[in-house]
Design a binder for this molecule. Sequence first.
Ligand code: UFG
Length: 337
Amino acid sequence: MFEVLVTGGAGYIGSHTCVSLLDAGFSVVIADDLSNSKFEAISRIRSITGNKVTFYPYDVTDEIELEKIFTRHSIRCVVHFAGKKAVGESVEMPLEYYRTNLLSTISLTRVMKRHNVKNIVFSSSATVYGNSKKVPYSETAPTGNCTNPYAWTKWMNERILTDVHRSDPDWSVILLRYFNPVGAHPSGQIGEDPLGIPNNLFPYVTQVAVGKLDRLPIFGSDYPTKDGTGVRDFIHVMDLAEGHVSAVRKCIQDYGVHAINLGSGKGYSVLEVLHAFEEATGKEIPHYFCPRREGDVAVSYASTKKAAQELRWRAQRDLREMCQDAWNWQKLNPLGY
Ligand code: UFG
């Protein structure tokens, strides 16, 4: 049986993807230096699935460590999540972002090449569409024009992997462009565990609900949207995880470079999310309005046609389920892992 290497497998999307890969019958090897995640996530992946998972606490920028993994295991495909992901922090520490996020991809693909492993699924983001205004975003929309170093690292990694394929057409590269992943595994054992005050809407809302934070700031009430607040394509993290399983299946059977959106195709406003959360949980979320957050677009949601065609995958879970599962995780783990 061949194995799938998941870099960053202890992180939020990585851990859910490991569960879905194991549930689908794949063997999983995780490399994660735990710089922004906890070992407990690995234990919980094991306890949810009842499967064996090999874990290496390695830094994915380090070729010597990666060599050990590829020598010990018969890796057939890599799902590459490892990297830094906070937009605001990337503006303050650009060099750290370029170093970690680009070097990890370069080291990884160099080692893959030496071991003749040429199948990679990359964790990209809708952020590569930059300020492109036309919604829904289709994969043929222009990319670049990014507003922060984090976004540029996603864009540059897409470029690097595309050029790797161009140099050797045996490579199979799938670039998955995520919209806004939220929610948690229905067991409530794994979920999003941000360090410090959350930047993103859902973890902020759940931390208000659990009493860790007082009130939700709503950034902007004057956008040209149905209620003036920003609109995003929220996707349940389990749907996203299952999208990766489909992508791995395609990746190992296919060649070429494919950029594919993973979103629900629906846009919900910040106020709609707030009300859905209150309804799903019976918790009131105190909030207040403040000015727009720099770099935010008014509306972002995915065209989902390509994912349906190429991956035979579609998001199944609705906003209510996203809210219930996010809340279940937060309630069971008020302090995170
Ligand atoms: N928002 C608030 N209050 C908060 C946090 C967010 O009102 O406390 C609003 C934002 O202004 C935005 C919406 O909620 O309108 C969603 O914001 P998030 O921070 O949750 O998500 P973003 O859409 O800004 O960013 C997400 C990922 C990024 C990724 C981007 C790509 O977090 O990593 O999508 O589309 F780059």
